[in-house]
Design a protein around this ligand. Sequence first.
Ligand code: ASP
Length: 346
Amino acid sequence: MPVSRRRFIQGSTGLTAMGAFHFLPNREGFAMEQTGRATQRVVDAPLFIATWPFGKASCEQAVKVVQRGGSMVDAIEQGIWVTEADVSNASVGIGGIPNADGQVELDACIMTGPDHNAGSVGGLQDVLHPISVARLVMEKTPHVMLVGEGAKQFAMEQGVSPTDLLTADQKKRWEAWKKQQGAEKPEIDEDHHDTIAMLGLDAQGNLYGGCSTSGWGYKMPGRIGDSPIIGSGLYVDNQVGAAGATGLGENVMRHCGSFLVVEMMRQGATPTEACEQAVGRIAELDPKNLGNLDINFIALNKQGVYGAAGTSQGFKYSMADPRQSQVLEAKALSEKSIGPEGGNRK
Ligand code: ASP
């Protein structure tokens, strides 16, 4: 797909704090965001945003894929490959923290706006790129989600070669963790987990998304988090916008978090406002207090405006378009600082 010259007016994050927004149609029928004094910048499509600073390399790769003639689905898939293949990333793909039995179990999903299609895998072992298996589920089966052995069997039938995902370093850490069991250590590691959720907008205003994670460190075998659940870790609605989540999955999936963010945008919220409102709604219903929820959302609307918000200070996200790429600070809704990372929250 050729890169379009079409440009979107994009407001920077945090603009919602400045009050009123006015959306006016531009010449091409897309909306322009106008604010009194905020910096505005012009963005070319394709535009990608992703959770965490490590998502920047994935967003940059996604832009390149489209510039070289690839589709937006190729871009989401191959962008996420970058993070999945990074052995230093302890929460996605190879090098991910294993489950309590020392096995790396991966969750991933992909969604396409124009045909509202989706594919997903959960608890997948021995596969380097779960995002690709999610894509295969979407494209080659009548189903949306495959899990565990069945997902692995399907991947192998599709020609995926098995890969050992447990690195020597993670094996050593897991052995040390195992030894500590029964002492003060919790059975799962609430502090070590992250996800790449990536959202993309093409020159025609179509939306796409993907998500990939190894989930909570030392989780119970068979545990599946929010990330591969359509509407929880990721949701794409081609009429409105797309959203993705990262953080403690159980606190997202009990509330259909990403779907909620998209619904807030449907009701008129900007992406940052929608993320804030969704976190606020979850905090109202959830018995945990805001600072302990550890959930974060990113959102991108059909007009190319994007934003993010999380429960704690320090959540960052990334963006890339053909002109630039950067890491941005998300809006934080409590004073609490985000916990230690799976080695990636830098
Ligand atoms: N949401 C992921 C999970 O619960 C982890 C994360 O994004 O931090 O599996």
